[in-house]
Design a protein around this ligand. Structure first.
Ligand code: PEP
Ligand code: MN
Length: 342
């Protein structure tokens, strides 16, 4: 249930509503708005009696949420969320480009990649320190040593760092060095990990699992938000289908589907969706056309030598050219929309 406060509700009215919710054993989520404050209730099993809340001082109305999720929805927050990541934003007017190698391999490799990403104008650098690999014999990432290199990249290039954590210990480490914690596709329904990052104050990049429905994807985000971390960025990275011409099937329809229901920003990862270098640019452009808030792109200074995901990595030259093109495309799409709504 959502409790919409009157525009003239006092801080005392809001605190009183929160106190009552907590006394009932539920969790209260305060969302201050431009005109009114909304208090969301989570943790209740059945329907709540709206009359009970409607009679409280400062309460304008109550809204019953019939969807399985609450905090991710536009019922709770009608306007799009803009998530602050380090000194930049995701979900705002600018297209967010999160780029870098699949894994941090060496100082030379990560600095070369970061130089290219900084040169492009992108504000986010991504490199894996903890890699979820299908085979236990594959390169697993360099752990804290890699995180330290990422912190150096941040310092030198002013880029905001996004990197994956696979477990609670990893979250504690990533929090120390990075600006945004990635939860990978394989952990999208690791509910204890979702709850754990829900207690973090760092923004979370939540990748869709390869077999998640829209509801499952949004409920995974809800897990994080229900713990009080409202800074979630969704990421479509391709799903498993019968098609075998690409690593995964990029499900672009999830972008408008998410945007219809949710205020959360959604970015698209054409690198893991395709697994193939030559598909990354066309799929990146298609993602912008459907209204994605950003892109996650793998770029490696020497893709043929990459320890992980080399086949999908762009070369620096390919990446810089793609970055140039997508900026133009994004501007055109925004202008078209402005004209359409004028
Ligand atoms: C990655 O982002 O490097 C990765 C492993 O992606 P995913 O979790 O989408 O497979
Ligand atoms: Mn990768």
């Amino acid at each position: 249930m959502l409790i919409v406060m009157k525009p003239n509700a006092t801080q005392k009215d809001i605190s009183c509503v929160v106190e009552i919710i907590e006394k009932l054993g539920y969790k209260a989520h305060i969302l201050p708005g431009a005109a009114t404050t909304v208090v969301g209730i989570t943790g209740n099993q059945g329907a709540l009696d709206s009359a009970y809340f409607e009679n409280l001082s400062g309460v304008a109305e109550t809204i019953r949420v019939t969807k399985p999720y609450k905090l991710v929805t536009r019922d709770w927050k009608p306007n799009k969320s803009v998530i602050k990541v380090g000194n930049a934003e995701i979900g705002g007017d600018e297209l967010a480009v999160i780029a870098g190698p699949c894994a941090v391999e060496s100082r030379e490799q990560v600095f070369k990649a970061a130089e290219v990403v900084a040169k492009s104008g992108a504000k986010f650098f991504r490199g894996g320190a903890f890699k979820p690999r299908t085979s236990p014999y594959s390169f697993q990432g360099k752990g804290e040593e890699a995180l330290k290199l990422l912190a150096e990249v941040k310092e030198k290039f002013g880029l905001n760092i996004v990197t994956e954590a696979m477990d609670e210990r990893g979250v504690d480490l990533v929090e120390k060095y990075a600006d945004c914690i990635q939860i990978g596709a394989r952990n999208m329904q690791n509910f204890s990990l979702l709850k754990y990052v829900g207690k973090s104050r760092k923004p979370i990049l939540l990748k869709r699992s390869m077999s998640a429905t829209l509801d499952e994807f949004l409920l995974a985000a809800e897990y994080i938000m229900a713990e009080g971390n409202y800074n979630v960025i969704l990421c479509e990275r391709g799903i498993r289908t019968f098609s075998d011409h690409a690593r995964n099937t990029l499900d672009l329809s999830i972008v408008p589907a998410v945007q219809r229901i949710s205020h959360l920003p959604i970015v698209v990862d054409p690198s893991h969706a395709s697994g193939k270098n030559y598909m990354v640019a066309p799929l990146a452009k298609a993602s912008i056309a459907v209204g994605a808030d950003g892109l996650l792109i793998e770029v490696h200074p020497f893709p043929q030598k990459a320890l992980c995901d080399g086949a999908q990595a762009l070369t620096p030259a390919q990446y810089l050219e793609l970055y140039r093109q997508i900026q133009i495309m994004h501007k055109i799409i925004c202008e078209c929309e402005e004209v359409a709504f004028a």
